[in-house]
Design a protein around this ligand. Structure first.
Ligand SMILES: C[S@@+](CC[C@H](N)C(=O)[O-])C[C@H]1O[C@@H](n2cnc3c(N)ncnc32)[C@H](O)[C@@H]1O
Length: 234
């Protein structure tokens, strides 16, 4: 990804990709239908990551308002609602949100899901107790990620649990090799972020004054690698 791309340009690329090119693949990946070996490992890695993020939230989420930021087909939103949360599930892609609504509207035993299309950083969404952002910030660089976290953190009472793609030599090499393949076959590049760089940006008082890094955990399962970080909102 060129470093000069703006947040708005990136968001436009992601909308195009997830709403058109990849909508069907996401529908399959986030369902129970059989998928190829590589995708099956990604599905399992993502299941582990969902459980990691869920384990950082209270068991009983009754009375809490939670934002699922970049909800895709709303799998995590449904789990949060089934623990009693009042969830706002928002994504850029109308197609994925519609799929989530078809799957889960009226299906969760407790809680509630409100389905919305738009930018998760929109201040008009209001206040939350927690925010989860699973694999939705992975497509942005470190500065845009911290900017989005700061925007969300200003309106969040307790914590933001999100994932980023850790930068290390092996992964960087794999991403470089991935660039050899035709674009249509790949998701828009994820942007690996160095943990130290991310933490340094979060520590800058002018960037993210309300955010305190807390728990961190990595899921590395064959073709799926993602790092979870919890930030507490002061
Ligand atoms: C890799 S998918 C993950 C979806 C879902 N969180 C999951 O884990 O199944 C990333 C999602 O983030 C959404 N997204 C990226 N930037 C966004 C933004 N600024 N506002 C709302 N959604 C966004 C994309 O449209 C896409 O559906």
């Amino acid at each position: 990804m060129p470093t000069t791309i703006t947040y708005e340009e990136r968001r436009g690329q992601l909308l195009q990709y997830f709403d058109r090119t990849a909508a069907d693949a996401w529908k399959r990946l986030t369902s129970d239908v059989p998928v190829s070996g590589v995708r099956a490992t990604v599905r399992e890695g993502r299941r582990q990551m969902r459980n990691t993020l869920l384990s950082w939230l209270p068991d009983d989420l009754s009375g809490l308002r939670i934002l699922d930021a970049g909800c895709g087909t709303c799998v995590l939103a449904a789990e949060l609602a089934s623990r009693g949360a009042d969830v706002l599930a928002i994504d850029l892609s109308p197609t994925l949100v519609r799929l989530g609504e078809e799957r889960f509207a009226g299906q969760v035993p407790r809680g509630r899901i409100e389905f919305a299309v738009g930018d998760f950083a929109d201040p008009a969404l209001g206040q939350f107790d927690h925010v989860v952002a699973m694999d939705s910030l992975i497509h942005y660089g470190a500065e845009d990620t911290v900017h989005a976290l700061a925007e969300l953190g200003a309106r969040t009472r307790r914590s933001i649990c999100f994932t980023y793609t850790p930068s290390n030599l092996l992964l960087t090499t794999m991403l470089a090799v991935g660039r050899l393949f035709p674009r249509g076959d790949r998701s828009p590049a994820v942007v690996p972020i160095q943990r130290r760089h991310l933490l340094n940006l979060l520590a800058e008082p002018d960037r993210a004054p309300h955010l305190i890094p807390a728990r961190s955990d990595r899921v590395a399962h064959y073709f799926y690698t993602s790092q979870a970080l919890e930030v507490l909102c002061a």
